[in-house]
Write a protein that binds this ligand. Structure first.
Ligand SMILES: *Cc1c(COP(=O)(O)O)cnc(C)c1O
Length: 497
């Protein structure tokens, strides 16, 4: 199977090349040229297997230039017993009749990014061996919070790699910040920037596509790659857990093989929901993909009216990993919906760059409406949903609460009773302040981050994952903050070039 670029269909690269390069030289994203189909029999077969075995079978459909031994090595390493706090890796938890929360945060950093970022270093170093041999891979990450830590944890001390993470100084939770600034390892570096996530992401993209920077790295035997969700190696592991969730529902008798499900995803960069879209295209019977946003509801408007307009106020919310106005992975969806028309994608992306907005035509909007629904909610509604969900017996984080809120509004409006998988993307203790406030109805302003954790344990009896609880004993290693204009220099400093 080959991959092409969303902005230039004359590009044809292997999976290894797509993963090693991260982004296409034309600024487009790599997409599979064909989507592998899966049959009902295949789903039946998978439903008898464990997560690791399912992952191997699904990945081998996309990574056709990886040998079976390589795929075994990658998957066995990423999801080794003990790395995730559930032997199912991403277990389902039923919160109401027909509503099943898919817990994607059982990994080392307690956010769903671990699902992909535990595997990506294996995929990337395997891919690099096939394509660029002896080069040092330099990973640059722009993060709204969770990607940064998950990437640092995944790449920490991986031979042949260096990783540098930029995060918006005031756009991440104290817990997220501490998780990153205390990261151990000899090949890691973390830097705050003055600005929001889009500034960080645009800064990283600019460095990536700057030919002078590339030349300088090349002269030192290095090359960039990306651990952001624009890298195909991030997306493909995410397809696995949606297929796996469907198989779990078959295996435990909740649905019959062939029954339709809906999937709700709290969305920022459009990566996680795009993975569900791929699962749907492959043949998993998904009726509706419900895209849930916070007050930064650029995607709600797009999926409803076909108008993508980033010229709007940017809100810092209690679900910071979704505080995004440019959802990079949407470009892949547009490419597929436009029937692989790279000219149209180039045109929309040029408009986005120049004017901050574009409008898709009726044909695209019709296809969007046939597969997607969308909704959003603000912080007040998020809090109310955390409180209600907790009264019903389940403690969820702010991002998951946005999804639950949008799901409830959707079912109330449509009467749609289809069994639903709700992606739960973070452990509630990553966002203790907002969760505690929601559960107790009081602002915990007099408590510091770790007192809030203790109080939340006291009030709910839900245990805090040890990797978060022990952060309070650690001292930050990385305290730098820079302007967007200085990011390239920071990268040179870190690499010593
Ligand atoms: C990254 C993240 C999201 C958004 O995922 P996208 O793939 O960017 O849409 C949602 N919730 C949490 C907790 C996250 O870390």
């Amino acid at each position: 199977m080959l991959y092409t670029s969303t902005r230039d269909k004359s590009v044809h690269v292997s999976a290894a090349q797509a993963i090693a390069r991260g982004i296409s030289a034309d600024g487009g994203l790599y997409v599979p040229e064909e989507i592998p189909g899966i049959s009902k029999e295949f789903l039946q077969e998978l439903s008898a297997l464990n997560y690791i075995s399912r992952a191997k079978k699904i990945l081998s459909l996309y990574l056709t230039d990886f040998t079976p031994e390589e795929i075994d090595f990658c998957v066995n390493g990423a999801y080794a017993p003990g790395k995730f706090s559930s032997e199912k890796v991403s277990p389902l938890h039923t919160i109401a009749d027909g509503a099943h929360v898919l817990e994607l945060w059982r990994g080392p950093t307690c956010a769903f990014k671990d699902m992909a970022l535990q595997l990506l270093p294996y995929l990337l170093t395997t891919a690099a061996k096939k394509t660029v041999a002896d080069k040092t891979i330099v990973i640059l990450v722009a993060t709204s919070g969770d990607t940064g830590k998950a990437a640092l944890a995944g790449f920490c001390d991986v031979p042949g790699t260096k990783i540098m993470v930029f995060y918006p100084n005031d756009g991440v939770s104290p817990m997220q910040k501490l998780q990153m600034t205390t990261q151990e390892g000899d090949n890691v570096c973390v830097c705050a920037i003055n600005g929001n996530f889009d500034d960080a992401q645009n800064g990283v993209k600019a460095i990536f596509t700057d030919p002078d920077v590339a030349k300088k790295l090349d002269a030192h035997g290095m090359m960039f790659s990306s651990a952001n969700s624009i890298n195909w190696g991030r997306l493909v592991p995410q397809i696995v857990y949606y297929i796996s969730a469907y198989c779990d529902l078959i295996a435990d008798g909740t649905i019959k093989n062939g029954d339709e499900i809906n999937i709700v995803v709290p969305t920022g960069n459009f990566g996680n929901i795009l993975a569900a879209y791929y699962a749907r295209m492959m043949g998993v019977p998904v009726k509706t993909l419900l895209c849930a946003s916070n007050a930064n509801n650029v995607l709600t408007e797009f999926l409803t009216d076909g108008v993508y307009d980033r010229n709007r106020p940017f809100y810092t919310t209690t679900s910071p990993s979704m505080d995004i106005l440019i959802s990079s992975n949407l470009e892949r969806l547009l490419f597929h919906l436009a029937g692989d028309d790279d000219t149209r994608v180039r045109d929309w992306m040029a408009q986005l760059k120049e004017t901050g907005r574009y409008t898709v035509e009726e044909d695209i909007l019709t296809k969007l409406h046939a597969q997607f629904a969308a909704g959003c909610c603000d912080d007040t509604a998020t809090k109310a949903t955390i409180a209600k969900t907790w009264r019903d017996g389940y403690l969820c984080d702010t991002h998951t609460a946005v999804a639950v809120n949008v799901y409830e509004a959707y079912t109330a409006k449509t009467g749609d009773k289809t069994p639903t998988v709700i992606a739960s993307t973070a452990n509630p203790y990553k966002f203790s302040k907002a969760v505690l406030e929601a559960v107790t109805g009081k602002e915990p302003n007099d408590l510091n981050e770790f007192e809030q954790v203790d109080r939340l344990i006291e009030v709910t009896g839900v245990p805090c994952p040890p990797q978060l609880a022990t952060l309070k004993e650690k001292t930050p290693r990385f305290t730098d903050c820079c302007n967007r204009a200085d990011m390239a220099q920071k990268v040179y400093d870190m690499l010593g070039i």
